[in-house]
Design a protein around this ligand. Sequence first.
Ligand code: NAX
Length: 327
Amino acid sequence: SASPVKVAVTGAAGNIGYSLLFRIAAGDLFGPDTPVELRLLEVTPALKALEGVVMELDDSAFPLLAGVQIGDDAEKVFDGVNHALLVGAKPRGPGMERGDLLKDNGGIFGPQGKALNKVAADDIKVTVTGNPANTNALIAMSNAPDIPNERFTALTRLDHNRALAQLAAKLGVKTTDITQMSIWGNHSATQYPDLFHAQVGGKSAAEAINDQDWIENTYIPTVAKRGAAIIDARGASSAASAAAATIDHARDWQLGTNGGWVSMSVLSDGSYGVPEGIISSFPVTVADGKWSIVQGLEIDDFSRGKIDASAKELQGERDTVKELGLI
Ligand code: NAX
């Protein structure tokens, strides 16, 4: 049988980790024929809790789970890994400045980038879920000069899936009836879920809805603020849906999208006027383990304004981490 794929997960004792690890171990990442080995990184005080999670993984007797290693040393945990799902991050505390948040996360994603650079497998693919995800991915990428830049991505798939769900509910269709959905920009309140290129039943979703006011003032804010709505309702932030989106992202990156579009935050090459050097969300297709930004789309003035505003926010984050010497 196939040799195990080594998957690193950071923040493995956290909320998202508690869903994510069991999905990976069940085979949801690479299918029923590929065994997986889990490499779990946590901070030292969380290792005991993580041992408890590993006991539960043992108790699940997953046929595809070929092994689990845990630790607080990135160079040991990342040794030979093929995929790194970087979930653990420093959350924004009350009254915390954006610069402080970026600085604290630089202290996590800089060293993790360096460790991946040193010990990961040659085919390493990195997915950053921990917030601020786009700029954390940029920090990790910038600290890993020997790993090709295109192997560093950030998660906007949860936003993409939320955009599908909200649109499907509005039109009374299934999410699978929708194609060409895309999220542009940052995983933040400035993100832009694009209904002009999304297709439902052979026409654009914007045409099917035919209500610009609903798109601007209901749909876009509902998708962008969904995370806050979950916290409000559940008393805890999105965990199972974030884990599901992380799986969708890494699986599609590895196995391809058969021509379909998904949203991934990737290093901009200047496409659509998004400045080079930031990790921003685009519609992409994936084939042979490589993503490509969908080309040739017409961008109207409304979309232009939204994409530019989110790119500007990402440039601001990039400038801050540059000033801090993190990239
Ligand atoms: P938790 O606080 O439950 O778990 C985070 C875990 O990371 C903790 O166990 C902590 O000990 C660990 N950690 C901290 N520093 C670490 C380090 N240097 N190395 C290894 N582990 C470390 O948060 P959870 O709810 O699991 O969320 C994790 C991250 O995902 C947060 O940054 C959160 O903001 C982000 N999210 C991103 C989403 C996205 O779509 N991109 C959506 C969901 C989520 O909000």
